[in-house]
Design a protein around this ligand. Structure first.
Ligand code: B16
Ligand code: MG
Length: 212
């Protein structure tokens, strides 16, 4: 099947902001007296929205919080996270990611970002990628986060391509589910390999170039 477009998840695929998300949630958890927030909990936050990610933290609190308190907690986490983003620069784009993006572009394959993050525009700017992609769909555009396919379907439509013509690249089980539900082929990296559901398994992003 000919691939005309590739839709990349952002956090955990194009850059390592997934680690910043983990550290910022861990800081909030400790502030709330939750000492046993783990990386396994964090894996369930990958790809899901900020407020849904907060619920994963609060599962371990044993306390009931109001909607106002929850919004404050999510804001607190996001402020810590945005502070961490200040340290990012184009040098945070790995050689492997840069090579993959440039090769796809040279082959005339369209590229897009499909991310649940509302911080997507700021992160792409930090990486020097604001004008690189043919389309961006992110947490600011959607009402249902992964595993719902909304963000990937929007990215494909902004590329003027059908899902069957595109590969989605994901590091999260929720994102693999979203891609498959939308009718895309899905290439999995990192944590997403564990679920065993993806169409393709990648060791590194540039392995994608072998399956086009
Ligand atoms: P924000 P992705 C997702 O990005 C992250 O994986 C997930 O952990 C996060 O909760 C979500 O973005 C929302 O992020 O708080 O920045 O709006 O993996 O879909 O690129
Ligand atoms: Mg991700």
């Amino acid at each position: 099947m000919k691939t005309k477009g590739v839709i990349f998840d952002l956090d955990g695929v194009l850059c390592s902001t997934d680690e910043y998300h983990y550290l910022a949630w861990k800081t909030l958890a400790e502030k709330l007296g939750i000492e046993n927030f783990t990386r396994a909990d964090n894996a369930r936050q990958r790809g899901v929205s900020r407020m849904e990610s907060l619920e994963v933290v609060l599962e371990k609190s044993g306390k009931a919080y109001s909607s106002e308190e929850k919004l404050r907690f999510a804001d607190y986490k996001n402020e810590i996270y945005k502070e961490m983003l200040q340290n990012m620069s184009p040098s945070d784009l790995s050689t492997d990611v840069r090579h993959t993006l440039e090769t796809l572009s040279a082959k005339g394959i369209k590229t897009a970002v499909g991310s649940s993050s509302k911080n997507t525009p700021a992160i792409l700017a930090r990486l020097g990628l604001s004008n690189f992609f043919d389309a961006v769909a992110d947490g600011n555009d959607i009402t249902r986060s992964k595993p719902d396919p909304e963000v990937f379907l929007l990215a494909a439509s902004r590329l003027s391509l059908l899902p069957a013509d595109c590969i989605v690249v994901e590091d999260a089980e929720s994102g693999v589910d979203a891609g498959l539900a939308g009718g895309f082929r899905v290439a999995a990296l990192g944590d997403a390999l564990k679920c065993g559901k993806a169409t393709y398994a990648l060791d590194t992003l540039s392995d994608l170039l072998k399956i086009l």
